[in-house]
Design a protein around this ligand. Structure first.
Ligand SMILES: Cc1ncc(COP(=O)(O)O)c(C=O)c1O
Length: 381
């Protein structure tokens, strides 16, 4: 493997933010933080107060109440608890799901279909891949327990009108008398603020490794009153999750989110420059622009559909040349199957293997695009 590596797969996991790395060192060296936050003794209470402070920070940053914040082991667990919990608390056993959702959503939806006979229906898409909100009549929406969608598709970078969807659903009545909105802004949060004012969803899920926290930590924010069944006996996190919390996970997630909030405006400006440079490179290489709608605000994710080869061939070649990129959604980028999202966007089976994704993060610079350009030079795309 050539060194240094050019890393263009931040949507899968981005490096720790420097302040987070410092906090980890400090945390691990502090004997006062080794206790279980549920223990009633002095050190347990110290751990509990650190957990509570992290919860308050996350709540403030996301426009929620601390009692609405549930720490999890990542985005997948958060989405599972939300989707399965809402479906099992509902009466219709029907879910309306964005066809461009992450595989974490599909795994929960498939589990519900297999074990609980919960049906799922796709949110219709416009020809440019956006949710066709005009097709969602009040009666149609009311026939579902939950509406599930992503703010930004982590594969194709298609941004969805999530706030409009949430408002449409909220207008149907108070929570408990209408479907629950479950939104996955795991990818979007890197380039767009996520808080209750901008995203009035009943439930949101975040994964810390997407914005510079530790892998294996995440958060679920559930607005109070939302019907959500715990998955089994749950003694922690407001009765919604069993087992001891990760103090380090919660603490680093809170700090990473706060660092992201502070630095996002400058980082987004950089992503915009990098996106333009990548667009010039794409034109130079003769890769056609994708036909779907581009995000209104700049995104850190760029997706190409290769005209002549597969994403897997190119990511393997790039890897040998020291460039990390992805073929599809973060968690299945190593998988050889065609992309579910590209199929949903109407691409024929023969083209669903042709996706190639580059994603930026807080450490990305124009030098990454220069390195990519030379790595791609003699490859047939
Ligand atoms: C949009 C999106 N949602 C959910 C997840 C799952 O998060 P985690 O990897 O923390 O389980 C990912 C991970 O790539 C993602 O990109």
């Amino acid at each position: 493997m050539p060194s240094p590596v050019t890393y263009l797969d931040h949507a899968a996991a981005t490096p720790l933010r420097p302040a987070v790395a410092d906090l980890i060192t400090e945390h691990l060296a502090d004997p006062a933080l080794t206790a279980n936050p549920s223990s009633p003794h002095t050190l347990g209470r110290t751990a509990r107060s650190v957990l509570d402070t992290s919860r308050r920070t996350v709540a403030d940053l996301l426009g929620a109440h601390p009692a609405e914040v549930i720490f999890t082991s990542g985005g997948t667990e958060a989405l599972w608890r939300a989707i399965v919990g809402v479906a099992l608390a509902g009466q219709h056993r029907r879910l309306l799901v964005s066809p461009l959702c992450h595989s974490a959503v599909w795994s929960a939806v498939s589990y519900l279909a297999l074990h609980h006979r919960v049906e799922s229906h796709p949110i219709p898409l416009t020809p440019t891949g956006q949710w066709a909100l005009s097709a969602l009549t009040p009666d149609f929406l009311q026939s579902f327990d939950a509406i599930i969608g992503e703010s930004l598709c982590s594969e194709t970078s298609i941004a969805q009108p999530v706030a409009d969807l949430c408002q449409l659903v909220t207008a149907l009545g108070p929570v408990g008398q209408r479907p629950v909105t479950i939104i996955d802004p795991c990818a979007a949060v890197v380039s767009q603020p996520v808080d209750h004012a901008t995203l009035p969803a009943d439930i949101i899920a975040l994964s810390a490794e997407k914005f510079g926290g530790l892998g294996g930590s995440g958060v679920l924010v559930v607005q109070s009153g939302t019907p959500l069944k715990p998955l089994g006996p749950s003694t922690h996190e407001w009765g919604l999750r069993p087992g001891t919390q990760s103090l380090l996970g919660a603490r680093t997630l809170a700090l990473a989110l706060s660092e992201l909030t502070t630095h996002r405006p400058q980082e987004v400006t950089r992503y915009q420059q990098l996106t333009h440079a990548l667009r010039d490179l794409r034109d130079q290489l003769g890769v056609p622009a994708s036909p779907w709608a581009t995000p209104q605000s700049p995104s850190h994710i760029t997706h190409w559909v290769l005209p002549r080869t597969t994403g897997q061939i190119i990511t393997t070649q790039l890897d040998l040349r020291g460039v990390c990129a992805a073929t599809g959604p973060a968690c299945s980028s190593g998988a050889a199957q065609g992309s579910r999202a590209l199929a949903a966007l109407g691409l024929p089976d023969t083209a669903t293997h042709r996706g190639l994704r580059f994603s930026f993060g807080h450490t990305s610079t124009l030098a990454d695009i220069t390195a990519l350009q030379s790595a791609l030079q003699d490859l047939t795309l």
